[in-house]
Structure formats: C-alpha cells, structure tokens
Design a protein around this ligand. Structure first.
Ligand SMILES: C[C@H](N)C(=O)N[C@@H](Cc1c[nH]cn1)C(=O)O
Ligand code: ZN
Ligand code: ZN
Length: 477
C-alpha cells in the first residue's frame, strides 16, 4: 500500500462524524429537480456545495445554464465547478456528480422524513439523495478535507463538475460540456463518476457500461372537464380507459417489449460476452435482498444480469391526472398522461426508438376507434454507453478497491443511466470510469433510500485512494 494512505485512512475515520454531519445538511435541502416548485431548493443545494468548496480552499464558480427549455419561467440550476490544485507535474482528474434528487414524500411509504438524515442501529443512513448522489459528491469534498487535516499533499489536480438536473434529463449540460471541453476541462487526463451502485452488499465494482434512457409522456384527452361517472359513465369515451389499453400494449408481464422494431436493433450476445457473467459475484439472493421480495423474472443470475445490463427494458411509471388518493372518488378524468421509459442498449438509436414508439402508439390508438385525442412525446433521451476498462484509470481504481476492501473488484455494467458519461467521453476524448460508493440495497429512487455508514466512510477512503493510485500510474499512457 502506498505510504500516504495509512494516515489518510486514519484521518477519514477520525472525521467520520463530521462527514456525516455534512451529509445531514445536504439531505436537508430538498433539491428535487422534477418538481418546478422545488427549483429554489435545487439552486440552494448548488450554493451549499459552492460554499463548502470555498471553505476547503477550492477555486470554485457557479455557472448559470439559462432558462429551462419549454419552461421559460424557470432558471436551470447552476453548474458548480471546482478546481483543486494546478500542478503541471500532476495528473488531472475530472469528477462529475449531481446534487439534485428524485421526488420524495413521507406518504409514499417512507418510515422516516425523507429530507432528514436518520441513522439506525445498523448504521443505515436513510434520506433522499443519501446514495444518489449527495453521499458520493460529498465524498470528493471529504477526501480533500481529510488530506488537508492529515497534512498530506493532494496527489492529483482535481476538477469538479456538479449539476442539478441529472434526474430530469441533465438539461443544458451536454452543450456546457462541449463548450468547456477545451477550456475548463482541457487539462483533464481522465474522468471519474461516482453515481451508481455495487451489485451486492459485500463486493465493490468498477463500471464500464450504462443503459441509455428515453422517457415518454402519453397524453389522452377528450371531455372538456372531469366528469361524474354516474352521469356520464357509459356515454362518453373515457381517456383513462384508452390510456390503460395503450399502456398495457407496450410491455408484457415477463418484461418483453411489445413495440415492433426495438428487439431487432439489439446487438447479439457474443461467445466472449457469455463467458463474462459466470465470474461476477452476484447471486439470486442478492437480487431478492435488493428487491425486498422473490419476484425476479428469471431463475438464474446470467439471464438476470443480462436483463439489467444488455437488454432493453420498458417500465410504466405512473399516470398524471388520474385519481390516486386513498378513498373512492367517482370521477372520470378528462385528461391523463401516462409516463413510461425505455432503457436502451447497444445498438439502439434514439431517433429509431422514438419512431417505433410513435408508430406503435398510433396503431394501438387507431384500433380503439375512440373519439378522444392521443399524443405521445419523448421528454428526454440519453444514449447508452459502453467503454473499455483496459486503461490506467481502471487499473488505479482496482488497486484502490484492494487497498480499502482487500478484494479485487468486479467489472460491471449498470442498468441505470447517466447520459452525460458519453458526452464527457466524446467531448474530452478521455477515459471515463464509474466508481460506485453505495450498495445494491440502497433503494435509490425508491422509498427509504439510504447509504450505509460503512459505504460512505470506506467510500471516502476509496475515492482518495483512487487518486493516489492515479498519481502512481506511469505518465506515458
Ligand atoms: C444511475 C444514476 N444514479 C441515476 O439514477 N440516473 C437516472 C437518470 C435519469 C434519467 N431520467 C431520469 N433520471 C436513472 O437512471 O433513472
Ligand atoms: Zn438517480
Ligand atoms: Zn444519480
């Protein structure tokens, strides 16, 4: 182990409560990017990060992104940029993360207040954004602080880019990255993103692939206003009935996508790929533990991992305008908007997928002979990403995992999406590594999201250790 790591690890342990307090403050800011009325809180979270970076002596700026497209009354939250060190003899690592979170309400089924960090006797730290992605973002700040307090030289120059719209399609960020690739990000030698999860709860992983995501709204409207179902039921075409029919035509109960033209675009499984799955430390019990049930589709790990990583999936998320409160309101909603998304994989093309979806929805709606109106549109789209893990960036991260966890990491792909990963790769021309902090049981996006104290504190060690091994990798590649 490189000699500076021992005092660094000790310092992280000594500062653990302080780092948890920093996470508590961050979770307390309900920075939900999908809800317009929460936008001031998203901006507040950006300012919180900016202030924390300033306190650590990081050169930092808030960059405005202008107005939100199609919602001109809303400012996009700023990008928080940071530069720590500018030594020509050191490598420069660009790190990205997001400070916005998914929506959360106690009534959704949370056991604790979602925007109050609540720690139980097993060290589980519950709170929206704890694992996705406030814990990992603060991990970078904490790594800087632990070096300072241990009196250690920081091993690399660190560039930071934190955004506030990731959970809502990273609006505005692609153009920003392209624009800054040869300016603010010019000196980056490689990129690291900590915004995904281990496959289980024991073994860390390094991730080299992500699925893409295309998110759709399917709007059906008819009556001029909501109607009394006793008075009008049986006399008018009901938008909700049409919508339910179309939504059920999209996907089968075994996950098969029923839209023509999508399966045909999926890259075939090669013999080399088939061999990869058996060595991955993942069991069906890992799946059941993170599902909280035994409702997996496939009986074996290979097909389950393929279903998550290398095949597309279509999920139905909800219906805007539908009656969803407890009780029994006898209303016919006048307009309903179904929400669904498709996770995409090589070689699906964004425009082709949109075309297939539109054709399918139009054909299904035509079959209904309804006098209602039906429209479908893609709210946001991000492409899939698969890279080579044969790079010093991954080698350094693998050594860091061994130094902290005493095991070799698995090389994994991820079912979720971080669309700007591909943008960073293409804009900078540099290798991108995904280095997760949280575990499979963290329930990101769900009720009772948490980050284990263990993963947070050891994760801070991991991020710092990775930077030390980056500094040790030969300079000629
Ligand atoms: C993997 C990452 N932490 C994440 O949760 N990404 C989101 C991105 C997204 C796209 N539309 C809305 N959110 C995801 O995979 O859902
Ligand atoms: Zn997320
Ligand atoms: Zn995330």
């Amino acid at each position: 182990m490189t000699p500076q790591l021992e005092p660094y690890f000790k310092q992280v342990d000594g500062l653990a409560d302080h780092f948890i307090e920093r996470l508590r403050q961050a979770v307390a800011i309900p920075s939900v990017s999908a809800e317009d009325e929460r936008r001031p809180d998203v901006v507040k979270m950006g300012h919180f990060l900016h202030e924390e970076l300033k306190k650590l002596g990081v050169e930092t700026e808030l960059r405005p992104l202008g107005k939100q497209p199609h919602k001109e009354h809303l400012d996009l939250p700023p990008i928080v940029l940071g530069r720590y060190g500018n030594d020509k003899n050191k490598r420069t690592i660009l790190v990205y993360g997001h400070y916005d979170v998914q929506p959360a309400n106690k009534e959704d089924g949370w056991n604790t207040e979602p925007f109050e960090l609540s720690i139980d006797d097993k060290g589980r730290m519950f709170g929206r954004g704890s694992t996705d992605d406030k814990g990992p973002v603060l991990g970078w700040l904490n790594a800087i602080e632990a070096h300072q307090k241990a009196g250690l030289d920081f091993p690399v120059n660190l560039l930071m880019c934190f955004e506030g719209m990731e959970e809502h399609g990273s609006e505005g960020l692609d153009d920003f990255i392209m624009e800054e690739a040869q300016k603010y990000f010019k000196t980056a030698d490689a990129v690291c993103i900590s915004d995904n999860y281990w496959l289980g709860t024991e073994k860390p992983c390094l991730t080299y692939g992500l699925r893409g995501v295309q998110y759709y709204s399917l709007e059906v409207s008819g009556p001029g206003q909501d109607l009394h179902s006793g008075v009008f039921g049986g006399t008018a075409h009901e938008p909700m009935t049409d919508l339910a029919k179309i939504m059920s035509s999209l996907v089968d109960v075994d996950g098969t996508i029923k839209i023509k033209g999508i399966a045909e675009q999926v890259a075939p499984v090669t013999d080399e790929e088939k061999g990869l799955y058996k060595d991955i430390a993942f069991t069906m019990d890992n799946l059941y533990e993170s599902l909280g049930s035994k409702t997996g589709i496939f009986p074996d790990k290979e097909r389950t991992l393929m279903g998550r990583w290398r095949y597309p999936s279509l999920s139905l998320h909800g219906i805007e305008g539908a009656y969803s409160a407890p009780g029994a309101k006898t209303v016919i909603p006048a307009k309903v908007i179904g929400k669904f998304s498709i996770r995409t994989v090589p070689n699906l093309d964004i425009d082709e997928v949109n075309k297939c979806v539109e054709e399918h929805v139009n054909a299904e709606f035509a079959k209904l002979n309804s006098k209602n109106t039906c429209k479908v549109f893609c709210q946001h789209a991000g492409k899939w990403w698969v890279a080579s893990p044969k790079h010093w960036n991954f080698t350094a991260a693998a050594k860091a995992v061994e130094s902290v966890f005493k095991v070799k990491p698995d090389l994994t792909r991820e079912g979720g999406s971080i669309p700007v990963t591909l943008t960073f790769e293409q804009a900078t021309g540099k290798n991108v590594l995904l280095l997760p902090m949280g575990s499979s049981t963290d329930a990101a996006h769900s009720t009772n999201e948490k980050l284990d104290r263990y993963n947070y504190i050891e994760g801070i060690k991991l991020l710092g250790s990775y930077l030390h091994y980056v500094a040790e990798e030969p300079m000629n590649n």
